[in-house]
Design a binder for this molecule. Structure first.
Ligand code: PLP
Length: 380
């Protein structure tokens, strides 16, 4: 072979294509105090700087050190990991829990351990990227069904030749903030002897009584054919992920989930922070309803439908238009999310505004002024 051609020159071609399509992503510097009103983060309950949560992280850090030092199966599992698991399980009404190093790893671990060659995985078209990747890694036959299409899920389950089947969905979809029809999906998995895996990343802390999640809200908690996954990085103001399921499922994951076995255990400080954040949420359950109330305020200001979650999407269509509007928001004191393909379908680039339980009246007034200006300028 041998050539003096740069083996990575194709990267420059792709970069030019992305630039022309308005799809370059940039890592903007972040400073501890930006002075911006935060409508971009997933710190839904406003707990990342809560003194109890910081103290929880520091106490764990002092006791256990900075790192977990290895897979929990190799260097041992701390009492704090076990407490976090039982506290989370108790909170959402599950029998048991298993903590992973991230929500991404929890989804990969759960799906690959519960599906495999010879099984079927049915996944909603709006499922999070981590569930999409889990499908790819599972080696199962994968059928992606149109968003929220119960008929398509039923047909896939009914017509399958495989004995085992999993149905995957987010409870609250991260881009549009809409809810999955979980009760109906559960009826289908029951009817067709399948298992429902529900990613509650955006549901815990927001939906259900005191933030127990949508599965709990709909009375599906504790059912063995419902496996809940979640991240600790949103409402719980930390880092990490968890699978909340029956003892039997969690034991199976300890033995077979590769992202549990071959990944370093969740860092002690993250465990301490998540436990403390859960403690705050238990003591102050009104925070969950406050997130929904603030999301309704933001939606009214932006002139879009009130969402059933913390996520307010203002669809602008063109990626460059969304990028420019997000930049204008920042220049005027608002940090907002800007979602473009491949995070969202073509033609639906948007501002993604996330509500926080502790947004103040003064902040809402600023949000109103800035959004009015930016959205009317963007429309012209
Ligand atoms: C729906 C959903 N699932 C999973 C994840 C991944 O969680 P983590 O960031 O903890 O890896 C995210 C985003 O972070 C998400 O939005």
């Amino acid at each position: 072979m041998g050539s003096d051609k740069d083996a990575l020159s194709w990267l420059d071609d792709r970069e030019s294509e992305r630039r022309a399509a308005g799809l370059r992503r940039e890592l903007r510097p972040r400073t501890p105090a930006t002075g911006l009103i935060d409508l971009a983060s997933n710190d839904y309950l406003g707990l990342v700087r809560h003194p109890d949560v910081i103290d929880g992280a520091i106490a764990s850090l002092r006791r256990w050190g900075t790192g977990s030092t290895g897979s929990r199966l190799v260097t041992g599992s701390t009492t704090e990991h076990a407490l976090l698991e039982s506290e989370l399980a108790e909170f959402v009404g599950a029998e048991a829990g298993l903590v992973f190093a991230s929500g991404y790893a929890a989804n990969l671990g759960a799906v690959t351990a519960l599906a495999g060659k010879g099984s079927l995985v049915v996944s909603d078209a709006g499922s999070h990227a981590s569930l999409v990747d889990a499908c790819r890694l599972s080696r199962a036959r994968v059928q992606v069904t149109p968003h929220g299409d119960l008929g398509a899920i039923e047909a896939a389950l009914r017509d399958r030749s495989e004995e085992r089947a999993l149905v995957l969905t987010d409870s609250v979809f991260s881009a549009d903030g809409d809810l999955a029809p979980l009760r109906e999906m559960h009826r289908l998995v029951r009817r067709y002897a399948a298992v429902l895996v529900v990613d509650e990343a955006h549901g815990i802390g927001v939906r259900g009584s005191g933030g127990r999640g949508l599965v709990h809200e709909l009375g599906l908690e504790g059912q063995e054919d419902v496996v809940v996954t979640a991240t600790l990085s949103k409402s719980l103001a930390s880092q990490g992920g968890v699978v909340l399921a029956s003892e039997r499922v969690c034991a199976h994951l300890v033995d077979t989930a590769r992202t549990f076995i071959f990944d370093t255990g969740l860092a002690p400080a993250a465990v301490g922070a998540a436990r403390a954040a859960l403690g705050v949420l238990r003591r102050e359950p009104y925070r969950a309803q406050a997130v929904l109330d603030r999301a309704a305020d933001i939606a009214r200001i932006a002139g879009v439908e009130v969402p059933p979650s913390a996520v307010v999407s203002v669809i602008l269509g063109d990626p460059q238009r969304a990028f420019d509007a997000a930049a204008a928001c920042r220049e005027n004191g608002l940090s907002v999310g800007c979602f473009r393909p491949p995070s969202v379908p073509e033609g639906t680039s948007r501002l993604r505004l996330t509500a926080r339980a502790n947004l103040t009246a003064a902040e809402l007034t600023t949000i109103e002024h800035v959004l009015d200006d930016v959205l009317s300028a963007s429309a012209t």
